[in-house]
Design a protein. Structure first.
Length: 431
């Protein structure tokens, strides 16, 4: 069922261009028709005449999700001034939210005190919907801001974000020595292991502590390697701005100093032997030779490392990691009659997240295989026209989240890339 009619002519015209390119994949077109416009029509509202983006059926704005929801539209903002104002407004709102509480992951449209759970024991702010600190919640806005800057050359808006940029760096520096310096505490009464913090100790090693995973589940060991990858790239982006926009070589050196420590930590503490003589990245480590071998569908993931600009898709460690996470060696990899891919501890067993299959498609070199993967995702929508959070690998009508804006946007991004609407490129941080 199509829920939205599009008031965005540039998107309507773009969709018309996609039709002949995907005529052999009607399900892809059926889902793309509404996934493409979802963030601008279903998720977007204008409290106090400023854009605000809910994640879907959860009525709050996540820093992570909103960045992903906006990314597909960046390539069109030079053709639509209203679309440009939406993107600029979301960037300004993200910067405001970071300054309100850099440890929060989701925010309200007003300081109304609404929360997803009322019994969280942590610092309170009426703007904050949830306060699960995940490192990627700070890295994602930087990625969006950098992509916007590359598309537009608009350094003025990036300068407006400088106070938030400095706050992001400050928090990362503090969380490199979490046990001694961090003010962050979080406990969810009756939340269970997945929703409250009970991590073991970590050894200070240059990596940045992250209490929660990109799934917003509590980490087992709180150096999340995909999060470190994304943070390193985001700091490298900040270093680039520091020289070309902020004219602040001291800030650039500070950011690049953390980048160096993160990359060294990832390549020293984040590596495990996946088979004799072959190294791959672990999902989580504690800096004391303990690790978790797995991957999670939520992005950043190990599978998404090339998408994050951390490494190329042909990097030998990435290829070994890819083989590992797309196999039974990953406890959250599932194979079924309808869908095969990576799931998450966040959802039930034997459920694949379409986002993971989409990311699989976006990180392989064979476009025909990529299209087939997107077709499989579209066919598993239970005739809703939406990308769901998770889907039973054998019975797609059993799914979680009726409306998941981030998944819709990632599907649209993948279709656009495979249709000749290129994304901004960046040399990989690790060669």
């Amino acid at each position: 069922m199509i829920r939205h009619n599009s008031p965005w002519p540039v998107l309507e015209e773009t969709f018309k261009e996609l039709v002949p390119l995907w005529q052999d994949y009607p399900n892809v077109l059926r889902v793309m028709r509404q996934a493409f416009i979802d963030s601008l029509v279903g998720s977007l509202s204008w409290p106090e005449k400023k854009p605000y983006l809910v994640t879907g059926d959860i009525k709050a704005m996540w820093l992570r999700d909103s960045s992903g929801q906006i990314e597909p539209y960046l390539r069109f903002i030079d053709q639509d001034s209203h679309l440009a104002r939406v993107v600029q407004g979301i960037i300004r709102r993200q910067a405001k939210f970071v300054l309100i509480d850099p440890y929060a992951n989701a925010f309200n449209p007003f300081p109304n005190g609404k929360t997803g759970v009322f019994w969280d024991q942590t610092a309170k702010n009426p703007w904050v919907f949830e306060r699960k600190f995940a490192l990627d919640s700070l890295a994602y806005p930087v990625r969006l801001w950098w992509l916007y800057w590359k598309h537009t050359g608009d350094g003025q808006l990036i300068e407006e974000c400088l106070p938030a940029v400095k706050r992001i760096i400050e928090v990362m520096e503090v969380e490199q020595d979490h046990d001694l310096r961090s003010p962050y505490r979080f406990r969810r009464v009756f939340g269970g292991r997945r929703n409250t913090l009970a991590p073991g100790p970590v050894q200070r090693c240059g990596l940045v502590w992250s209490g929660f995973r990109p799934s917003d589940d509590a980490g087992r060991f709180c150096y999340n390697i995909p999060g470190q990858m994304m943070a390193a790239v985001s700091l490298d982006m900040i270093a680039e701005w520091s020289l070309s926009v902020f004219n602040d070589p001291t800030l650039a050196a500070r950011a690049r100093g953390i980048v160096h420590q993160l990359v060294e930590g990832i390549m020293t503490h984040g590596l495990v032997e996946s088979s004799p003589g072959t190294l791959a990245w672990a999902y989580e480590v504690n800096g004391e030779r303990q690790h978790v071998i797995m991957d999670d569908a939520n992005i950043p993931s190990l599978l998404s490392a090339p998408f994050l600009f951390f490494c190329s898709a042909t990097h030998p460690v990435y290829l070994a990691t890819r083989r590992l996470v797309l196999s039974a060696a990953n406890p959250y990899w599932y194979r079924g009659s309808q869908l095969t891919g990576v799931g998450s501890a966040h959802t039930q067993k034997h459920r694949v997240w379409p986002m993971a299959v989409i990311m699989d498609a976006m990180t392989i070199s064979n476009p025909d295989q990529a299209r087939k993967k997107l077709a499989a995702v579209a066919a598993a929508d239970a005739n809703t026209g939406w990308i769901h959070e998770s889907v039973d690998v054998n019975h797609p009508r059993n799914f979680s989240r009726d409306w998941f804006g981030w998944g819709n946007a990632l599907f649209a991004e993948a279709v656009l890339r495979l249709s000749g609407f290129p994304a901004i490129s960046r040399p990989p941080l690790v060669q």
